[in-house]
Design a protein around this ligand. Structure first.
Ligand SMILES: Cc1cc2nc3c(=O)[nH]c(=O)nc-3n(C[C@H](O)[C@H](O)[C@H](O)COP(=O)(O)OP(=O)(O)OC[C@H]3O[C@@H](n4cnc5c(N)ncnc54)[C@H](O)[C@@H]3O)c2cc1C
Length: 381
């Protein structure tokens, strides 16, 4: 059986970033991915400024495919209150960036190939055995591997099999309908977050188009994905209004269920759990991958700083757990709070949301706090 220093299960963006940041001379790091080939996922990710810095450090920032977000316009349909968060007000070249998911994965895979870290595609991990010296992985192919440190970055497929790991779970009973839409006006780098009585909608600038995220009930979502293009565009216009111009085309519609799922602790014997495997959030605040990349950066620093024989040991893992506790729980609470406040029109009356938006517009410190959470992941003061 082959033995390695670090085995990463899941070559999504978080597992791949961890491997790119942690790999160093003389350390054997390998990735195991259930998919047979790199992802063709059509979703667009909004990444914070801090995530850009993390990916640059990993040598995998897909600069040619990134669109800067220069301002975010937040409003609600059929009610008062609006606010604009502007990159100039925050003293930054951009509030964040949008990147196509598949382009980000391609940049990370290219970087891993350059530095000689293998991704084993078509290797779905089926079972895990942990002992005092490391982890044994068994794959659907029948093969086995052993590592001192197991990093679970599989989006949540295996964490429930680890003794001591439990989950906090919440089903929001909503789906996110996504797609690529075109309007008759240039976006000028502006993103929109719009709260409607039936749930939030977001438009994110990507290239010459927008990525749409439209939350809807499961039944409505199925209808929106299946309906004829003209009717979809008419419904979108009716729900979103004309702030971004007239919607003229839509492509690549799909829907995803919206849930909160977070582990009670991100560590176990010789194991660290990162990214969506540790916390899967509602995309309302665009926090999921940003939080996952911070998991990757902190764990990579711990791996780089550890002697080989200490990899996966209790002192290293408890230091990682303590370093991530505050940020991870704040990300979960912040996103859940936004969903409660804005995610479901039935919970808070329109005037209540109007008040929250007016407060943000009137009090620059409150807006700054929201912007800092979006840009850095946590208020800096
Ligand atoms: C509609 C939508 C919009 C979003 N928008 C944003 C956004 O704007 N900004 C943001 O920050 N986040 C956003 N997110 C969240 C973001 O997509 C996730 O946080 C991110 O993909 C997590 O990356 P990951 O690498 O942890 O997990 P994943 O992307 O889930 O990758 C896990 C990998 O593990 C592999 N795998 C699974 N099981 C196994 C197994 N048994 N063995 C081996 N490999 C396995 C999978 O094939 C996959 O490649 C959004 C999510 C959704 C649904």
């Amino acid at each position: 059986m082959s033995g390695m220093d670090v085995a990463v299960v899941g070559a999504g963006p978080v597992g791949s970033a961890l491997a790119a940041l942690a790999a160093r001379e003389g350390l054997r790091v390998e990735l195991f991915e259930a998919r047979r080939a790199p992802s063709a996922d059509g979703r667009t990710l909004a990444l914070s400024h801090a995530s850009r810095e993390c990916l640059e450090e990993a040598g995998a920032w897909p600069a040619a495919d990134a669109t800067p977000i220069l301002s975010i316009h937040v409003s609600q349909r059929g009610g008062p209150g609006r606010t604009v968060i502007d990159s100039k007000e925050q003293g930054l070249p951009a509030l964040g960036y949008t990147v196509p998911f598949a382009r980000l994965e391609a940049a990370l895979a290219a970087r891993l190939a350059t530095i000689g870290v293998p991704i084993h595609y078509g290797r779905a991990c089926e079972s895990i055995t942990l002992d005092g010296a490391g982890a044994t992985l068994r794959f659907a192919t029948g093969e086995e591997s052993r590592a001192r440190l197991l990093v679970l970055a599989d989006g949540g497929a295996n964490a429930g099999k680890i003794p001591g790991i439990t989950f906090q779970e919440k089903d929001y009973g909503q789906q996110a309908v996504v797609g690529s839409v075109k309007t008759d006006r240039p976006h000028g780098g502006r993103a929109y977050e719009r709260f409607t009585p039936r749930g939030p909608m977001a438009l994110l600038p990507v290239g010459e188009r927008y990525a749409l995220v439209w939350t809807a009930s499961p039944q409505e979502a199925a209808g929106l994905v299946a309906m004829e293009e003209g009717e979809f565009l008419a419904q979108l216009q009716e729900r979103f209004g004309d702030r971004a111009g007239r919607f003229v085309a839509v492509e690549s519609r799909a829907s995803f269920p919206l849930r909160l799922r977070a582990v009670n602790t991100p560590v176990a014997l010789h194991t660290a759990i990162i990214g969506n495997a540790a916390q899967a959030l509602h995309p309302i605040a665009g926090q999921g991958l940003n939080l996952g990349l911070r998991d990757a950066a902190v764990l990579a620093a711990a791996i780089v700083g550890a002697a080989r024989e200490d990899l996966g040991g209790a002192p290293m893992l408890s230091a990682y757990r303590d370093a991530r506790r505050r940020d991870a729980s704040r990300g979960v609470v912040f996103t859940d709070m936004l969903v409660s406040l804005f995610g479901d029109g039935r919970r808070i009356p329109t005037w209540g949301r109007g008040l929250a938006l007016a407060a943000l517009d009137l009090f620059p410190p409150a807006r700054r706090l929201l912007a800092e959470r979006m840009i850095h992941g946590a208020p800096t003061s």
